[in-house]
Every structure is written in C-alpha cells, then in structure tokens.
Design a protein around this ligand. Structure first.
Ligand SMILES: O=C(O)CCC(=O)C(=O)O
Length: 244
C-alpha cells in the first residue's frame, strides 16, 4: 500500500498541523509489534523493581515511555522505516530526513495515567524548531483507553512556556477551545507538527492502550543551546531515497 501524502493532507498539515493516515501495518505486523511492546514493558518493570525506587516502579507500571525503541527491538528498527513515515518525511521535510527519537507508550487497563498538554519541541528546543511526531495506534485508540487529544491549529502559536511537574512537562495557560480526541483504528497514524499542543487521557477501559511514537526531522538538526547534533540521527531518507 502506498502512503504517498496527498496535496490535501499537506494542506491540512500546514493549516491545522496534522493529518491522519489509513491503517499502515497489517495484522501480522501489529501482532509482532504488540509482542515487542509487552516484552519491553516487562523489562522496564523488572528493571524498575530491581532499582527499588517507588516512583519509578509506579511509572513503569502505569505509564511507561520506552525511548530509543529501535535500539531495543529488531521489529521496531524495521517499523521505524515504514512507508507511512518515510512518505510523511518526504512530503513534509524534504529529501533528507532522520529519525529524531522513537518511543513505546503503554497505558494499562483501568489505571493508565493521563499526560498533560504539551508541545514535543519543548522537550529539547532545536534548530529548526519543528519536526514530525507520528503517533501510531498499535491497537484501537479511543477516549476511554487514553487516546491522544490535539488542538488543531495550535502549532501556529509558536513554542509556549512549559513548566516541569513531577511526572511531566506541561504547557502553561493552554486555551483548550477546539481540542479534539484522535480516535484511531489499529495501525492508523496521526502525523502532527512538533509544536502541536497535545495530551492524552487516562485509561479507564479494560483494554491496554499501545502507541508507537517515532519522530522525524530534517538531517543535521542542532540542539539550540549547545549547537551540538540533536537526536538519534538514524537516517531515513537521503536524496529522496529510503536510507538503508
Ligand atoms: O501516548 C501518550 O499517551 C502521550 C504521548 C505523547 O504525548 C508524546 O509522546 O509526546
């Protein structure tokens, strides 16, 4: 299946800051990814329990963010290069693009924790400031299992002030008018600008909510403060062609 981005999707991305793809992974791949998620989650819980820090154990159980997933799983190292992502890079970033970061985010049934309004760029301001976040539903994502919410058009507000709280980095004074839940079928991806204000709700359902969240930027991005190379720098596109 081709995930070439249409002009309509590009226009929507520019105007509203996001578009939603058709399901991008078949059921066999989704089952493999699900197994990898559960393996990585079990590792994270085991490591946290071995460390003995109660807060880390709670986060590992109730809202794990497992970063650099492509280095921890051969399946995810393949997934990160999927056509839905490389075509988004080609259309929205240009011929040279790198993986910036990729995370596995899991919310267990009935007790998965919410995550407050923020812009991804706030985590590590870089030059250029904007990149792509590709929030991918590995199973169905819906309001009651803690799907992501966005405020269409909020990428035009620029980088907002954020404050660090115990469990998160939160944007301040968010005007939530126009916020929408992004409910997705398994394998669908919402591709949004890293300046998009987004959050996710608690999981009050009986389902596990699994999301894979790779992010991409143009190559040679630098960290604003230090001028040093930024992110994972795992090549995705070179001169418009899929990198090896
Ligand atoms: O998947 C989630 O619950 C939140 C993910 C998120 O906001 C992020 O990765 O920036």
């Amino acid at each position: 299946m081709s995930f070439a981005v249409t002009q309509k999707q590009i226009d929507q991305f520019n105007e509203l800051g996001y578009y939603i793809s058709e399901p991008a992974f078949d059921s066999k791949m989704l089952a493999e990814i699900t197994r990898e998620f559960d393996r990585l989650h079990a590792d994270v819980i085991r490591n946290a329990e071995a460390g003995g820090d109660a807060k880390k154990i709670q986060l590992a159980r109730l809202r794990p963010f497992i970063g650099e997933a492509h280095l921890k799983s051969a399946v995810l190292k393949e997934a990160v290069k999927a056509s839905v992502y490389s075509e988004a890079c080609r259309a929205l970033l240009g011929p040279d693009a790198d993986l910036y970061y990729n995370q596995v985010v899991i919310k267990p049934p009935e007790k998965g924790l919410p995550f407050g309004w923020h812009q991804d760029t706030a985590y590590g301001p870089c030059e250029p400031l904007e990149y792509l976040t590709c929030w991918t539903a590995i199973g169905r994502a819906y309001v009651d299992n803690g799907c992501v919410w966005i405020i269409p058009g909020s990428h035009k507000r620029g980088l907002l002030k954020h404050v660090r709280n115990e469990l998160s980095l939160d944007a301040v004074d968010v005007d939530e008018r126009g916020a929408i839940p992004v409910e997705l079928e398994p394998g669908q991806v919402v591709i949004f600008n890293s300046l998009m204000l987004h959050k996710s709700g608690p999981n009050v359902s009986k389902d596990v909510r699994r999301a894979y969240v790779p992010q991409y930027h143009v190559s040679n991005v630098i960290t604003k403060d230090t001028g040093q190379p930024h992110g994972d720098r795992f090549p995705i596109l070179r001169a418009g062609k899929q990198a090896a």
